[in-house]
Ligand binder design. Structure first.
Ligand SMILES: [Zn+2]
Length: 651
């Protein structure tokens, strides 16, 4: 009873921050809050400004539906749910006040799941995984384009195909680009009997390991925010990612391609079907390609033109993409295939039909990336700084009246900052910002300058009452970093993030804000490991030691120097040296008397240097170690093992 009373008192205290209408009597500080009056007003304003809906998207989304999973639940071998086809059945009717109405409309499209006929001899499995699986009928079997994100969903998708279209072998596999949602299920569909060719854009394996291993830990934690993996689905929580219903938490696999496409215009005949390829590297992924099917008059556009603006700079983190090249490749696609295409399909979202529709869609996509690029550079050259440019970055009316160019995934603000960074770096040019205090020191000084925590809370409450959540979040963030034990600051910051999440048209921004709110309220920190044994195995010896070098802690290695001769049975021989707290790897080099000699596989070296298993245990696993064991132990001891759930919203 005592506990109930204290929750009620807290509820009353919190409700006083909100309009009476918006505050539910049952809410507690630890639970998601309703939409505030300011959020309700913002959603109404957004709804009034949305483009008119001519019904085309709904028609295209539903066109050609054949069937969906008989059992909506796909499980992994250990029983955990990898996909639930009915998980988003509640996304129907009008948008609730806690979801941006434009995003709500978009996610309604994504809830339509199943196997769909696109044209004669071409089908797609959609909204039953993180990305679409496209199926082309060959002379003797199925050619699968992007064979699922995980083994579990890919197996279920292939089963759906065989059940409904007739059982046939897999006679060809294409990976469109270097992101795991487009190849991770391959081991479930590979057919040992037919040994199908696996065709991919050049450098796919190298780019995958570069993107997901070197910076993979930081990226994985940030991706858990971007994809809201710690959020519960619901009107106050997770609603998808804007370009799909989300990721499938199953087994990501990778089989290296057997055939690489290197140049635009290359063709392949796979099981009797002609594919003409267009290379589009450094757009949505560093290794990416499209293809045109001349017999089917259909263009597969990978992920570089889909049902939303995509990221020039992804919030999870990756190298900034080249928006100018991106726009240029869309122009090239238009000129090569525009007049010949009756349909356009992609690795996400739904197809578009009709030559005029295809060309209009591609033109708008091109103009969108070109607009962000050109206007950012124009303003940059006028002396404007990233936040100033972001604030002004609104698309012209002709672009924003189209649904497919809107901010369901990327935002103009974030993309403009990406363009700025690509050209002239993160610094805005203002001397005061050249050497800012780090967050804790900054926070302490701001809080002191504002007259202490009480004043910060008062300022935040005033901002919240006005619906100015951006300002409330800024001042509260200083207080949380100055004093992470301040419960009121964390609760109010969570409330501010949450309302910004509810208002966001971008599912990614919604997920980021709501993940921050959830963790501030004490929910378990969310993690999303981006690598897998197959991706790790694909790393080169040089890449492996580049990764190890980024884990060397200078204080722990001190002034110690050492050399290691490494003989990698599934990679290259290398000389690894440590001097000046820097680890350098030279492939193919050897010296007469190294401090240590290691002989084994990359997996064994990973156990020694990434997982830091005891030397005896790794030796029992097959790694041969000779030489100065103390030196090797000192190196192992000096390597960090970064946590997957490092703090984001607190110091
Ligand atoms: Zn994708």
């Amino acid at each position: 009873m005592k506990q109930l009373n204290s929750i009620r008192i807290l509820t009353v205290a919190y409700c006083s921050l909100w309009s009476a209408a918006a505050c539910s009597a049952t809410s507690t500080p630890e639970q998601p809050k309703p939409a505030s009056a300011a959020t309700i007003a913002a959603q109404a304003k957004m709804l009034a400004a949305l483009p008119s809906d001519n019904g085309q998207d709904v028609a295209f989304v539903n066109r050609g539906f054949i069937a969906s999973f008989k059992d909506p639940i796909v499980r992994a071998a250990d029983g955990h749910v990898v996909w639930d086809a009915n998980k988003f059945d509640w996304i129907k009717g009008d948008a609730p006040p806690t979801v941006n109405p434009s995003l709500w409309r978009q996610m309604k499209m994504h809830t339509v799941h199943g196997l769909f006929k696109v044209t004669d001899n071409l089908w797609q499995v959609r909204s039953l995984d993180g990305a679409n699986m496209t199926v082309v009928g060959g002379k003797t079997g199925w050619i699968l384009v992007d064979p699922g994100m995980t083994k579990e969903t890919a197996a279920a998708a292939l089963n759906l195909i065989n059940e409904n279209l007739g059982k046939r072998p897999v006679t060809g596999i294409i990976y469109s680009h270097s992101h795991p949602d487009h190849f991770g299920g391959v081991r479930a569909v590979i057919d040992a009997a037919t040994n199908p060719p696996i065709i991919a854009p050049s450098h796919l394996v190298e780019e995958t390991s570069a993107e997901y291993l070197t910076a993979g830990n930081a990226m994985g934690r940030r991706a858990s925010y971007q994809f809201g993996t710690g959020l519960k689905p619901g009107p106050q929580g997770y609603i998808g990612s804007g370009l799909s219903l989300g990721t499938s938490p199953g087994t990501i696999t990778l089989i290296p391609p057997t055939d690489m496409i290197r140049e635009t215009g290359e063709t392949r005949v796979i099981d009797g079907v002609t594919f003409e390829f267009q290379m589009v590297p450094d757009t949505e992924a560093p290794s990416e390609m499209n293809f045109f099917l001349p017999d089917l008059k259909t263009l597969f556009i990978s992920e570089f033109a889909i049902c939303t603006m995509h990221n020039v700079q992804t919030p999870r983190g990756a190298l900034v993409r080249d928006s100018l090249k991106w726009a240029g490749y869309i122009t090239e696609a238009l000129s090569r295939y525009g007049d010949r295409s009756d349909a356009v399909i992609a690795g996400h979202c739904w197809p578009r039909f009709g030559n005029d529709v295809v060309k209009n869609f591609l033109s708008l996509q091109r103009d969108n990336y070109k607009f962000v690029h050109d206007q950012t550079v124009r303003l940059m050259n006028m002396g404007e700084t990233p936040n100033e440019i972001a604030e002004q970055m609104k698309p012209p009316a002709a672009i924003s009246k189209e649904w497919s160019t809107r901010e369901y995934y990327a935002t103009y603000r974030h993309n403009a900052k990406g363009v700025f960074q690509r050209y002239i770096g993160w610094w805005d040019g203002i001397p005061a910002h050249l050497n800012l205090y780090p967050p804790v020191e900054q926070g302490k000084r701001y809080v002191a300058a504002m007259g202490g925590a009480k004043n910060v809370l008062r300022e935040a409450n005033t901002a919240i009452a006005k619906g100015d959540y951006r300002w409330a979040a800024e001042v509260l963030n200083h207080l949380v970093f100055a004093d992470p034990g301040n419960h009121n600051a964390k609760s109010l910051l969570a409330d501010s993030y949450e309302q910004m999440g509810y208002q966001a048209e971008s599912a990614v921004w919604r997920n980021i804000y709501l993940s921050g709110a959830s963790e501030l309220r004490g929910q378990v920190a969310s993690k999303l490991p981006l690598s897998s044994p197959d991706i790790a195995a694909a790393i080169t010896t040089a890449g492996f030691f580049d990764l190890i070098a980024t884990r060397l802690n200078p204080e722990r290695i001190g002034t110690r120097s050492m050399t290691m001769a490494v003989d990698v049975s599934d990679g290259d021989k290398s000389l690894v040296s440590v001097h000046n707290a820097v680890l350098v790897n030279e492939v193919g080099k050897s010296i007469p008397n190294p401090s240590v000699t290691l002989t084994g596989t990359k997996a064994q070296l990973g156990k020694l240097l990434l997982r830091k298993m005891p030397l005896e245990q790794v030796e029992a696993d097959g790694l041969r170690i000779s030489g100065d064991r103390a030196a090797l132990l000192a190196l192992q001891n000096a390597l960090d093992v970064p946590p997957l759930d490092y703090p984001i919203i607190t110091p």
